[in-house]
Ligand binder design. Structure first.
Ligand SMILES: [Ca+2]
Ligand SMILES: [Ca+2]
Ligand SMILES: [Ca+2]
Ligand SMILES: [Ca+2]
Length: 642
């Protein structure tokens, strides 16, 4: 990345000349796997038991890295595609690397436990687990760069400041510490002052603040392209976890040119939904729930899914004509068109909330999550455009997201959380923003936001204070780069400092084994809740010498309903099918009714009875097939009419 080198050498010299210590920051990626290490680790994990586990690539990232998927399914209970499946996905956001580590740890837990751990063996003989640990490997790779700059996209080149150049001015490591943090610069037009309670933090100016105490804050770096904006267009790309079609934010930068514009997004949707001619169907429609790791949470703090208000494209608005004689005239743009009646503002038809009938399911799962993982609080953005929403609102299965690290005991909140969801840019903090901005300030704001957590600590919010407390009390003081003076060739004397990138997104690696274990236990619980569609032994009653009544009772013995309320709305999940096959079609006739019955839904614990009257000579056989793609596969029974 040329921008790094361009800035680095002269700055290194500056730093040396200034006699500043070259601090070696803690390497945030210690104990985490880069792409190569992850690939090798996954191969090793799967090789432990290839009878139950296989590693496949479901596609390539933009930069050509494999999107790995581990399939784990025990040796009993039917083929992996017949068994009901839990899909686990991590690291859709490039910076949320912890998600991939925990997902991989869960795969290891399940594979190693098969045959030795009773719970693991039992669940794998009933269920299939699909685990895609790192859906955004290109973005994740930045976590392992020599110079760390926190951001969540996939590195697709894009022009963020509309100057027809892509990625022409990224951040630069001015103090040579390998971290992109922030710069604060004295500026009479600035909006920030040093927080008197903790001079590491900045806060918004007050009305009576003397002008010489004001600062501007920038992402660390030079103006590489001489447009008087600092780091306004660096490498970033699009956030995969905002690129899914449900409630896609059309107007928000960084979320995709259009919904599903990114290869990584396509690969995951294809895995779930694509028709496979060899399979003669969609092989992964056995997925009954989704568990993902991301910056969203609907397990620890909240339940269900609430989308917020993404920008929905509006059809061309009617142009309002001047008010004439107290009567409003409306007409469409363009000459010669007849005036039209006032149009109602078009409303967004996409569901925004969990269906009421599904709320209890989400709540029950959340309670179990808290009890199993001991994580009972989290901060979450509204998940519009995320995979979490796609899985629930489009596929129709229950979907859950765990944040893993936004909260730790007394340092709970990840500062990048928005207070006004949907209003702004990726990575925007909940802090107050200036009401009006010129273009320069706006671009500056964009560029600082793109950095996510590292650059969002522009004011002392509660969260920042909490993180500093955590850093001081629990992380031996590591995690904040103290402000130090650097000579900036364009801005003069600046101070460089701020939170270490990635610190507030990914925990220290020594916490990962515990997170993997508790989340594997949770995944086992979750997979055990799926609908289980069964039938009792069929009953035959002889009504006369050649007239019989057949009764079949179908049950859902699982904890989840067969099809969520959203699932019955989307009609994306195949109905349960009950079918009779007569031994001899000529001799045997139904007295009304149909040999095939489709059962679209069956609540948890529900029992449904079906009756047929059959005209047939005695002694004839009927084959009965119960088929529930999302409810345990195929059950077959035979009965003889007598
Ligand atoms: Ca540009
Ligand atoms: Ca730096
Ligand atoms: Ca620039
Ligand atoms: Ca720059």
């Amino acid at each position: 990345m040329k921008y790094l080198y361009r800035g680095f050498l002269p700055v290194l010299l500056l730093v040396l000349l200034a006699g500043l210590p070259l601090k070696s920051a803690d390497d945030a990626s210690d104990g985490y796997h880069n792409y190569q290490a992850l690939t090798q680790a996954l191969k090793n994990i799967v090789s432990v038991n290839t009878k139950i586990a296989k590693l496949q690539s479901i596609g390539k990232s933009l930069q050509g890295r494999d999107l790995w998927m581990v399939q784990i399914s025990g040796m009993q209970g039917g083929s992996p595609e017949e068994k009901q499946a839990l899909l686990i996905v991590g690291n859709l956001e490039g910076d949320h690397v912890v998600g991939s580590e925990v997902a991989m740890g869960m795969a290891e837990y399940l594979i190693n436990g098969y045959g030795s751990d009773e719970k693991v063996t039992e669940i794998l003989n009933k269920r299939t687990f699909y685990i895609a640990p790192r859906l955004n490997p290109d973005g994740a790779e930045a976590f392992f760069n020599k110079v760390k700059f926190e951001h969540s996209g996939n590195f697709k080149p894009r022009d963020e400041d509309y100057d027809w150049l892509t990625d022409e001015d990224g951040p630069d490591d001015l103090n040579g510490d390998g971290l992109i943090t922030q710069m604060r610069v004295k500026d009479k037009e600035g909006d920030w002052i040093i927080d008197e309670n903790d001079p590491r933090l900045m806060k918004k100016k007050e009305s009576d603040t003397p002008l010489d105490e004001l600062y501007k804050i920038y992402t660390e770096g030079l103006d590489d392209d001489g447009d008087d904006l600092y780091n306004e267009d660096g490498p970033g790309g699009f956030n995969i976890n905002r690129n899914f079609p449900h409630n896609f934010g059309y107007k928000t930068k960084g979320w995709g040119v259009y919904a599903v514009s990114e290869k990584e997004t396509t690969a995951l949707i294809d895995f779930i939904a694509k028709y496979d001619p060899t399979f003669k169907g969609q092989p992964h429609r056995n997925i009954c729930a989704v568990l993902m790791f991301s910056k969203f949470d609907n397990l620890a703090a909240g339940t269900g899914i609430e989308s917020g208000t993404p920008t929905f494209p509006q059809p061309a608005q009617a142009v309002r004509a001047p008010v004439m004689g107290g009567m409003r005239m409306f007409m469409r743009g363009g000459r010669g068109q007849a005036p039209t009646t006032p149009q109602a503002r078009p409303t967004d038809p996409q569901p925004k909330k969990t269906e009421a009938r599904d709320e209890s399911l989400f709540k029950a799962v959340s309670e179990q999550y808290k009890s199993i993982t001991k994580i009972d609080s989290a901060v979450s953005d509204k998940p519009f455009g995320s995979f979490l929403e796609y899985a629930y609102f489009h596929v129709g299965v229950p979907s859950f997201s765990a944040n893993l690290w936004s909260l730790r005991e007394d340092a709970p909140a990840r500062p990048a959380a928005k207070k006004t969801p949907g209003a702004g840019q990726e990575g925007q903090s909940g802090q107050t923003q200036p009401q009006t901005m010129d273009r320069s300030a706006m671009m500056q704001r964009f560029s600082s936001m793109r950095g996510g957590g590292a650059a969002s600590s522009t004011a002392s919010s509660n969260n920042d204070e909490k993180w500093l407390k955590w850093i001081d009390d629990k992380n031996e003081g590591h995690g904040f780069v103290n402000w130090t003076k650097v000579n900036h060739k364009q801005l003069g004397e600046v101070e460089v400092g701020g939170f270490v990138p990635y610190l507030r997104v990914n925990p220290p690696a020594d916490l990962i084994p515990d997170l993997s274990k508790s989340h594997a236990e949770f995944a086992i619980y979750l997979a055990s809740q799926f609908a289980e569609i069964t039938m009792d032994e069929p009953e035959v009653e002889k009504l006369s010498s050649n007239l019989f009544r057949l009764t079949i009772k179908v049950h859902n013995q699982g904890e989840f309903p067969y099809v969520t309320a959203m699932g019955s709305r989307t009609r994306n999940i195949t109905s349960i099918m009950l079918r009779l096959k007569f031994e001899n079609e000529n001799d045997m006739k139904l007295f009304g009714g149909n040999k095939r019955i489709d059962i679209p839904t069956l609540a948890s614990g529900a029992e449904q009875e079906y009756k047929w009257t059959i005209i047939s000579p005695p002694g004839k056989q009927i084959d009965i097939t119960l088929w529930a793609r999302n409810g345990g596969g195929t059950t077959q029974k035979k009965i003889v009419l007598k």
